[in-house]
Design a protein around this ligand. Sequence first.
Ligand code: GRF
Length: 204
Amino acid sequence: ARLVVLVSGSGTNLQALLDAVAERGPAGYGAEVVAVGADRDGIAGLERAERAGLPTFVCRVRDHDGRAAWDRALAGAVAAHEPDLVVSAGFMKIVGKEFLARFGGRFVNTHPALLPSFPGAHGVRDALAYGVKVTGCTVHFVDDGVDTGPIIAQGVVEVRDEDDESALHERIKEVERRLLVDTVGRLARHGYRIEARKVILGHD
Ligand code: GRF
């Protein structure tokens, strides 16, 4: 499967996917990253892609005349690489109708909380503030809501008394990277079907 990965930051989830493909080979893993896109310049995620010799693109909202035009441009930039699956790995923008019309059902996101709890841009901070004893991460299909699409896989992470946001987020990311690599690989190798909101994954 051809993957296009969207990033907005450090790109450690992207790196985990790149490492899995390098270690297992595209055939073994079932997928390969063919391009990396971002909503901003100057981020480590794009440097990681360039180090891997991958094509990259940047689609900034401010370069377009409104959100719908940005969404259309992003969809076009992604489509140019003919992805089978689009992966949002720390991509911090909400895509619009046109993007979902073209990639809905094959666009997954990773979120650092156990959805439906703590959706949005501050899931780690919100979980910590709420005082939960366990949190975690979720890989889900992107739908027209914010972190509301059908859940594919989740991983649990304990919250420690001494945690601050960054310590907890780092511990979540250790689980999240493995969950994303495993889930994307299984989606690519074995396909999936969605019954109502339940996602049934193939097994190795
Ligand atoms: C990940 O935890 C992702 O779930 C959240 O931001 C983080 C991005 O990390 N939205 P990275 O850019 O993959 O290192």
